[in-house]
Design a protein around this ligand. Structure first.
Ligand SMILES: CC(C)(COP(=O)(O)OP(=O)(O)OC[C@H]1O[C@@H](n2cnc3c(N)ncnc32)[C@H](O)[C@@H]1OP(=O)(O)O)[C@@H](O)C(=O)NCCC(=O)NCCS
Length: 172
């Protein structure tokens, strides 16, 4: 019988269709994930799982409860040699499972992994200024605001969101 406890494991290639579908559902409401639903496809998620699985500076995790995937989170290393100490967060708790501690559990695990990895020194993220829950979570974990790009996301005619840049230093 599936347990109700929350467990966190590495994403597997066969998870890609489920993870992409969950992201598309979340992205239907503007102001949460940046891409539109039609911009999220299974192949890109699969590539990310495979690439991060092979990279010692990246990780892609899923949270499971009762045998179902309820959230996903990843750290993606930046590509240049001078930014190789920086990883970028993507975090998505699936519809129907938000506000139950899944986001905090996934972030705690990402940060535990980052702090244990001597090559990772800085964790960065971008969050929409209207996403109070996400900003509250990141602040509570020690992330600080490094800047804001105004009207960076256009969600309709004359409708924009600002993006807030936040970061946490995990290096020495
Ligand atoms: C934002 C998100 C990741 C948070 O994860 P979650 O599982 O829903 O949140 P949790 O239950 O773990 O709560 C985490 C913290 O959020 C903060 N929080 C929750 N609601 C809040 C609110 N309305 N205002 C401010 N802070 C809030 C609290 O600090 C809370 O921690 P606490 O209850 O232990 O004090 C999740 O809701 C989600 O994925 N939403 C859709 C996609 C998205 O917005 N992703 C982030 C893009 S940057």
């Amino acid at each position: 019988m599936a347990s109700d406890a929350l467990t966190i494991r590495n994403a597997r290639p066969e998870d890609a269709p489920e993870l992409a579908a969950a992201e598309r559902a979340i992205a239907r409401v503007p102001g949460r994930l940046a891409p539109r639903p039609e911009e999220i496809d299974d192949a890109n998620i699969l590539k990310m799982i495979v690439d991060l699985g092979a990279h010692d500076c990246g990780i892609y995790l899923v949270a499971e409860r009762g045998g179902a995937i309820v959230g996903q989170a990843l750290l993606e290393p930046l590509s240049l040699a001078v930014t190789a100490h920086v990883v970028r967060v993507t975090l998505a708790v699936h519809e129907g499972h938000q506000g139950q501690g899944v986001g905090r559990a996934l972030m705690n695990e990402l940060l535990r992994w980052a702090r244990a990895n001597p090559r990772v020194e800085k964790v960065e993220l971008q969050v929409r200024s209207v996403n109070a829950r996400a900003i509250g979570l990141y602040r509570s974990l020690g992330f600080v605001e490094e800047g804001r790009k105004t009207r960076r996301l256009k969600i309709g005619p004359n409708a924009y969101f600002d993006d807030i840049y936040m970061a946490l230093w995990v290096g020495p």
